[in-house]
Write a protein that binds this ligand. Structure first.
Ligand SMILES: Cc1cc2nc3c(=O)[nH]c(=O)nc-3n(C[C@H](O)[C@H](O)[C@H](O)COP(=O)(O)OP(=O)(O)OC[C@H]3O[C@@H](n4cnc5c(N)ncnc54)[C@H](O)[C@@H]3O)c2cc1C
Length: 302
């Protein structure tokens, strides 16, 4: 890590609490939390980490992340303000991974560009949205994707066309050892009424159904084929269940919220409880939507 500290030109934070970098406000220290200054800095950091076999993890703004109380034994890289270029030329949108998705969506709506307006209100960066194939109210980030640029661990840039990557419900096949740098989208020129209608439907639906006052990581589980994960957690009688400082939201049972002092272990206990109860009562296996970092294998199994 010391070598990395010396070569990094951006920000290098040693033993940085991940609680500062997750929407849950939960998570122990990462050995190093690095925000590269630019692409060249990033390339050097990746090459160095690769050469010294340092475990490396990529994150965006941590809005879909549960990090263990014990922290992360490795290097965490995020693309922040140095990767926040957003350019719109006609119907073509180019954005770097550090751009907040909400900002991109807002700019597109402003120009009456249709294609991403249903994603209004989805927190996080563009990088996180692409890897998660973020979606809401019938739209997914991959729908109008034209091209994605990534960087490999040897510091080389690589371009993917949409057909190179498989996108499905909250899933993509970007290799885990490549960091997403930027993407281009080809949207549709539309009109104010159409775009605003879709936008309002999405943001109204969100406000009505989600516990936005408390810290969370959005939906904990993916919806199974049988229906909404929240419905089954609710039907299992678990809405409002509290463990430590964490609670299965009484508003939306697939949102587990932090009342301020929750530990990762509290959320883990709720996850295990929900999985076990829904499996026992309905024979349905719930798959995690949140990404987890720093946990021992088997932590979430029931
Ligand atoms: C209140 C609330 C509501 C939400 N509503 C929705 C919703 O409606 N729809 C939805 O889809 N999601 C929703 N989410 C979840 C979350 O906002 C999305 O998954 C978001 O796209 C994550 O972006 P992020 O930058 O925070 O990524 P992170 O949480 O930091 O990371 C998510 C994943 O992406 C990877 N990653 C991030 N950046 C990069 C990169 N540059 N290169 C390679 N890998 C990377 C990480 O390794 C991790 O696996 C919600 C979350 C909250 C808190």
């Amino acid at each position: 890590m010391e070598t990395l500290n010396t070569i990094t030109q951006g920000t290098f934070l040693k033993n940085e609490a991940m609680a500062h970098h997750t929407s849950y406000g939960i998570g122990g220290p990462a050995k190093a939390y690095v925000t590269p200054m630019d692409k060249f800095d990033l390339a050097h950091i990746l090459q160095c980490a690769n050469k010294h076999h340092i475990a490396t993890y990529f994150v965006g703004s941590g809005s879909n992340l549960l990090v263990a109380d014990e922290g992360i034994d490795g290097l965490v890289i995020t693309l922040g303000k140095s990767f926040n270029q957003l350019k719109i030329n006609g119907t073509t949108v180019f954005a770097q991974s550090g751009v907040m998705l909400g900002k991109m969506v807002k700019e597109c709506i402003h120009l009456n560009l249709s294609g991403v307006e249903s994603l209004v209100g989805v927190p996080g960066t563009l990088g996180g949205a692409l890897v998660m194939n973020a979606g809401a109210f019938g739209g997914e980030i991959s729908n109008f994707l034209k091209e994605v640029t990534v960087m490999t661990m040897d510091g080389q840039e690589k371009i993917y066309n949409p057909e190179d990557i498989s996108f499905s419900y909250r899933h993509s096949t970007f290799p885990e050892n490549e960091i997403v740098l930027s993407a281009a989208f080809e949207l549709i020129q539309s009109d104010t009424i159409t775009v605003m209608e879709k936008r309002s439907k999405a943001s109204g639906g969100r406000k009505a159904s989600q516990p936005l006052k408390f810290r969370s990581a959005g939906s904990v589980f993916k919806n199974p084929n049988e229906g909404a994960a929240g419905y089954y957690i609710d039907q299992a009688g678990l809405k409002g269940t509290q463990i430590g400082g964490a609670e299965i939201s009484p508003i939306h049972a697939n949102f587990f919220v932090n009342h301020g002092e929750a530990k990762a272990s509290d959320i883990v206990a709720l996850i295990r409880l929900a999985r076990e109860t829904v499996q026992d009562k309905f024979g349905i296996a719930l798959d995690l939507e949140v990404k987890t970092l720093g946990f021992k294998p088997g932590t979430f199994d029931v």
